[in-house]
Design a protein around this ligand. Sequence first.
Ligand SMILES: *Cc1c(COP(=O)(O)O)cnc(C)c1O
Length: 240
Amino acid sequence: MECLSAEERFRNIDYNIEFIKERINEAAVKSSRKFEDISFMAVTKTVEPIFINRALERGITLIGENKVQELLSKKPYLKLDGCEAHLIGHLQTNKVKQIVGEVSMIESVDSLKIAMEISKRSAAKGITTECLIEVNIGGEESKTGIPADMLDELLYQIIELPAVKVKGLMTIPPICDSEAELMKYFSKMHEIFIDIKSKKLDNTDISILSMGMSGDYEQAILCGSNLVRIGSSVFGPRLY
Ligand SMILES: *Cc1c(COP(=O)(O)O)cnc(C)c1O
């Protein structure tokens, strides 16, 4: 593993952000939208605050972390003025209390149990928490997310909860052998998104389709994503 100086990493981050923005713009235009229609999230897991702050100085306005503890321990060191943070990783019931009120959205809601806990803890703090429902679009046994055929039932239960507001859907597709296969999953997600959006359910404002990571964000945008979660292409490979 090559070892870069902080200066070199800063320069890479600056370059990567501009490079990604251009590619987002191109994909947005190709799918009849504008750059501003797509949210560019920088995924900051394992990244030290000094490098996250560099990205924030370079205009990043949305970050994502996938662990409650990691987010809470880094947060005091981050210059988050004008930047939102989302939780994007699987959430355990016993961590809900700590995260509610600390992020503007939880993207990884995949059960009624976790949604009920989020609602309960949000109500106790006098707030409503915006959420995405995570869909396991490949139906993979090993993955988090609700299988697509159980989404409607879960959605109808969650919208009854007083302190949770469903804003849309999130997914991580299976690892695919071909771009065609990958785009089939993204397109299926887009269809499901359009379907539930058109229902205009009470207590929801379905407007976000969060899909696409470093390796596939352009394809995701072409298939209708409007929030891409990009980690290693911004900050470099993760060191665990
Ligand atoms: C880590 C992570 C990402 C970003 O992955 P990269 O391939 O580094 O861009 C996106 N979404 C979730 C849920 C993640 O955990």
